[in-house]
Ligand binder design. Structure first.
Ligand SMILES: [Cu+2]
Length: 452
């Protein structure tokens, strides 16, 4: 022991939070909604053989990894390789309160805790739909002993609105195809937070990474509301009053996804796409024109890139050796979703350890030992661990085995409605085909049979 810090009793300690979530303490309960039945009378379209999965045109294998949770391996569409390995490879949650007992709080939920080993046993009809296929995982504990965790991975199909549709007012033709998705999820409880994490495959070739944030926001006891307004002042300077004597500090959740793409093979290159308004002139007389500019990102150091709303920026992994029917290189595009920048000072210890926060997009040439964005051992890391260090040798990204690293952030300014438990907040991003196919790959999806 180095020292003991006791900052004294500030507020009545919150007792029995579990009881607060109990249905008995929510009385009177609202009228329940009428049941929705999911039935698959002809069985599931998901075919599994051990950890091999096939569904619609997709095939892949998965690993439920102790540290990274659900990892996709060798993901292919109609046998064509797309993603060799896709994983959530680090997560960090820096808290924004300067208080003595708070300023050092910044859990690395993967590198320090491991989201796979913290995955829950799922229950059909509760965590996942009643028709979900559940899988067990064999893990090895800290002492090398094998154990099996029951039902911690779920696979299920979900109806997801319209895949495509068009109605023609002249001919009254009305063609529509309902969308179906394959969801693969698990739920990891890391201390106070619960994360439902996973992957969603679409029939159109899209791959989505999804994170749902729920659980209990970390809370500070406060003597009394000093401000009780929506202004940032008093004891709500760095958070928000969410209950009597309870302030939930501002914080951020940063996820880093490691995406070892193999678009039609390992020879891949990287481009950045930026939209820009065309200059006024004879070519643009009504000043409405805009173009999508392509910038080739040829080396690792060029690849530290950030989101840009003005350019509607995205990135694309291209196979320069393969062409579609339109003579375009086959490619997959990373479409960012919600994101944030860190509000940490660049000199803060946490920013040094989580250097991957410096950019939204990184890219490296594949190296087996480069698996975790904040390095192998973030609990003992230094500023050079992980992505910023790996960039220094500035390897080529031209026709190489390119690995993308995407940082996705949620800035969480808590609300009273997130107490005593937080309604799920959904975030993530998508990988979508862009020139990978010659045209809409779902034209062959049959129309559903007429239903009464
Ligand atoms: Cu949060």
């Amino acid at each position: 022991m180095v020292r003991v810090e006791d900052t004294g009793v500030i507020a009545p300690v919150n007792k029995g939070l579990e009881g607060e979530l109990d249905p008995e303490n929510q009385a009177p309960l609202r009228q329940p909604l009428k049941p929705i039945l999911h039935s698959q009378p002809e069985g599931s379209s998901i075919i599994t053989k051990g950890t091999e999965v096939s569904w619609d045109n997709w095939t892949f294998r998965y690993t439920m990894h102790t540290r990274e949770g659900l990892v996709l391996n060798d993901l292919r569409y109609k046998g064509r390789p797309i993603l060799y390995r896709g994983s959530l490879c680090e997560m960090v949650v820096p808290y924004g309160s300067p208080a003595e007992n708070w300023s050092w709080r910044n859990a690395f939920d993967l590198g320090e805790y491991g989201v796979g080993r913290l995955a829950n046993t799922l229950r059909r009809g509760f965590d996942v739909p009643t028709h979900a296929v559940l899988k067990d995982t064999a893990f090895v504990d800290d002492f090398g002993k094998l154990y099996v965790q029951k039902d911690n991975v779920a696979l299920y199909e979900k109806e997801s609105g319209i895949l495509w549709k068009h109605k023609d007012y002249d001919s009254l033709m009305d063609q529509v195809r309902p969308a179906r998705e394959l969801h693969m999820t698990y739920v990891a409880t890391v201390g106070n937070y619960d994360y439902a994490l996973g992957w969603v495959l679409g029939q159109d070739g899209s791959i989505a990474a999804e994170a749902q944030l729920t659980g209990i926001v970390l809370a500070q006891g406060v003597p009394e509301a000093q401000s009780s307004t929506i202004e940032a002042k008093g004891n709500e300077r760095y958070g928000r009053l969410v209950g009597k004597h309870i302030v939930a500090p501002n914080h951020q959740h940063f996820f880093n996804f490691r995406l070892d793409l193999d678009v039609d093979g390992t020879g891949n290159s990287l481009v950045e796409l930026n939209n820009q308004a065309a200059p006024a002139g004879p070519e643009n007389p009504l000043r409405n024109a805009f173009s999508r500019e392509v910038t080739w990102i040829n080396t690792e150091k060029e690849a530290g890139r950030d989101m840009n709303m003005h350019a509607c920026r995205s990135w694309m992994v291209v196979n320069p050796n393969r062409k579609n029917a339109l003579n375009q290189p086959t490619a997959y595009q990373l479409m960012p979703g919600e994101n944030s920048v860190p509000y940490l000072h660049p000199d803060s210890p946490i920013y040094q350890r989580a250097g991957f926060l410096k950019h939204h997009l990184w890219a490296t040439q594949f190296r087996d030992e480069e698996q975790y964005a904040a390095g192998m051992y973030p609990n003992q890391s230094t500023s050079s661990s992980g992505l910023p260090g790996w960039h220094n040798d500035n390897q080529s990204l031209q026709n190489q085995d390119v690995v993308l690293w995407y940082t996705c952030g949620v800035t969480h300014n808590p609300r009273p409605e997130e107490w005593p438990v937080m309604p799920s907040h959904r975030t993530g991003f998508k990988l979508i085909p862009n020139g990978f196919f010659d045209r809409n790959p779902t034209m062959d999806v049959p129309a559903p049979k007429e239903t009464p």
